[in-house]
Design a protein around this ligand. Structure first.
Ligand SMILES: [Zn+2]
Length: 262
């Protein structure tokens, strides 16, 4: 993947004003520029090449990236903090999501980090994927509330994406629960759909949730329980945030300890 990342070429794009403003505020708070890279396509800044090359050479990282549409990558070197938003173009083209909505989402993750609310540490190995999804469960609720506060639209893009996924379920056999990483990812997705959208707020919502629950029946009750627990605790206060991360890790552990099919 890395050579293509260096060789391919994309036309530059400009960010909508609301996103440019949010990005500038985060950069000002952290004294740290945010780079947005479409992969493959955008030239990788020289100072990031070694680090990105080493990460993309690791199977666990390459696999996580292949499964996601975008991710935020932060690292420190020689006293410099670097923040990169990596957009997975092939994956993005196969979905209904728009580039600005994905960038807004990743800016939300960086905004939380700029407030000291960091995602769980990324350690290579089987726990890495669980840590990503536990962090996402909590961070997504917070970053969507902030997007609403800033009048940054996000719902239409997600409705298109979820509706397309619900269509795919209608034409395909439901499939199994998948490995631990997929089970954790599905739990996070169930919570995204339920906390992001009121019941019946878009036509495919109920069907989509039912199809997800069919793939991994124990996940539904665990998702509902976790949402209930988070709703009374989640805030931008660091102690609340950490307590909510613990709740998310515990819920995923409970899910993975329960067989998906009896
Ligand atoms: Zn996210």
């Amino acid at each position: 993947m890395f050579p293509a990342l260096l060789l391919a070429f994309q036309l530059p794009f400009s960010l909508p004003d609301l996103l440019e403003q949010w990005k500038s505020e985060i950069e000002a708070r952290t004294f740290n520029r945010i780079e947005i890279l479409r992969i493959p396509g955008d030239p990788v800044p020289a100072e990031d090449r070694d680090v990105l090359f080493s990460y993309f050479s690791r199977p666990d990282f390459a696999q996580s990236f292949a499964r996601t549409q975008a991710l935020t990558f932060r690292y420190e070197r020689d006293g410099h903090n670097r923040s990169l938003i990596l957009l997975n173009l092939p994956r993005l083209q196969s979905t209904q999501n728009s580039l600005p909505s994905l960038i807004a989402h990743e800016l939300g993750h960086l905004w939380l980090a700029s407030l000291g609310l960091n995602p769980p540490p990324y350690d290579a190995g089987p726990g890495a994927c669980i840590a990503i999804h536990a962090g996402d469960i909590v961070q997504h609720i917070l970053l969507r509330a902030e997007s609403d506060r800033r009048s940054i639209p996000w719902r239409d893009s997600y409705i298109r994406d979820y509706s397309a996924a619900a269509d795919t379920f209608r034409t395909q056999a439901p499939g199994g629960a998948g490995d631990n990483c997929f089970r954790a990812q599905r739990l996070s997705l169930m919570i995204d759909v339920r906390t992001g959208f009121e019941p019946h707020s878009f036509p495919a919502r109920e069907d989509y949730l039912a199809s997800l629950a069919l793939q991994d029946p124990p996940a539904e009750a665990i998702a509902i329980e976790l949402i209930e627990a988070l709703s009374s605790r989640l805030s931008l206060d660091p102690a609340d945030y950490r307590a909510c991360l613990t709740l998310a890790f515990e819920a995923i552990a409970r899910l993975l300890a329960t067989p998906a099919s009896p």
